[in-house]
Design a protein around this ligand. Structure first.
Ligand code: NAD
Ligand code: AKB
Length: 317
């Protein structure tokens, strides 16, 4: 059997940093090609600088390494995307078309990360169904919704194996969050340890769907491993982890750091958060490929604080 060669775009980002290591552990360090527009020395393994808008360079790398799977993470996220909608559209869509065309030419298996940002208007906010209306309010959400449809088109028209998850906000200790509306839930843990207080850009009771990084990485790998004939969902799987508000995550941190203080100064990101689900129904993922989240808020807070404490104590030595 041909051995898989994996390419990750946006590998220096919040998810890419962790997913690349997980893929290296699974497939072998030399089987994974990490790429990003920002050059960074790989901790281990292969790194190539790649702007996903540069189709020629992209094709060269795919040919050179004989890539069989792409995890296409490079994108501009919801909050950052609103600063320059046309540039965001270009990167998120033209980048995806470059990926899809390469997948078509070389029969590459693809993972495309979608988002809860595909929802926006006229849908049930609690337990949002798999097939709720997709009327996104941000350029990021529009690009993810269109991306889901284009992935389904290439899958049906050209017989490609393309798989996709609608990630909730992802929270991990290994990397920084990159310009999203859910970033507060990562920043708050760092602030709790460094400053003892945090000013949140969302209001106290804004509930959003979130997921711990370990669960998100496991979901990605489990979906990519699942037998193709079991995957019945036509666009991208809703994925549930934990739903909570800033007040609830603050209370969870206070069980470890009783003096921790939170203040609220909602900004433009509040409107984005208000247009998203509070929780999602991921029954389709559970049924089709056996998905089950493992981390609740309590377990996530304990792991986040433990790991960040270790990181900060190493840095201060
Ligand atoms: P991130 O912003 O942390 O990382 C994105 C990476 O893409 C960065 O390293 C950046 O340098 C790179 N990039 C930007 N423009 C590029 C270009 N033109 N060419 C090549 N690389 C470029 O994002 P993330 O949080 O790691 O998210 C990864 C993917 O998962 C994205 O598609 C995002 O939409 C999706 N997603 C993330 C979350 C989350 O909470 N992190 C939730 C839902 C979906
Ligand atoms: C963002 O907030 O933009 C991302 C996402 C949920 O897609 N974290």
């Amino acid at each position: 059997m041909k051995q898989d060669r994996i390419l990750v775009t946006g590998a220096n980002g919040q998810i890419g940093t962790v997913l690349t290591q997980a893929l290296q552990a699974r497939y072998g360090v030399e089987q994974v090609v990490a790429t990003d527009i920002v050059a960074k020395e790989a901790k281990q393994g292969i790194f190539e600088t790649l702007d996903i808008l540069d189709g020629n360079r992209f094709a060269e790398i795919v040919k050179e390494y004989q890539i069989t799977q792409i995890y296409h993470l490079a994108a501009i996220l919801s909050a950052k995307g609103e600063a320059d909608p046309l540039l965001t559209w270009d990167i998120n869509m033209k980048g995806l078309f470059n990926v899809l065309e390469l997948c078509k030419e070389y029969q590459i298996k693809l993972f495309f990360p979608s988002s809860i940002a595909v929802f926006g208007e006229e849908f049930p906010k609690e337990n949002t169904p798999q097939y709720a209306p997709l009327l996104p309010t941000t350029v990021y959400g529009i690009s993810k919704s269109a991306g889901e449809n284009w992935c389904a088109y290439y899958r049906d028209r050209y017989g490609l194996d393309i798989r996709s998850l609608r990630y909730p906000g992802i929270i991990g200790h290994q990397s920084e969050a990159g310009g999203g509306t859910t970033d507060y839930a990562v920043e708050i843990y760092h602030a709790a340890l460094k400053d003892g207080q945090y000013t949140c850009f969302l209001s106290e009771h804004t509930v959003l769907p979130m997921i711990y990084m370990a669960d998100a990485i496991r979901a990605t790998i489990e979906l990519m491993d699942a037998p193709q004939e079991k995957l019945k969902t036509i666009n991208s799987y809703n994925l549930a982890g934990i739903s909570f508000s800033p007040a609830q995550i603050a209370a969870s941190i206070q069980t470890h750091i009783p003096s921790f203080q939170i203040a609220y100064e909602p900004d433009f990101r509040q409107k984005i958060a208000d247009s998203w689900p509070q929780s999602v129904d991921d029954q389709a993922a559970q049924n089709d490929w056996g998905w089950q989240a493992q981390y609740d808020l309590k377990a996530m807070t304990a792991e986040m604080l433990k790991n960040l404490r270790e990181r900060y104590s190493v840095l201060s030595k």
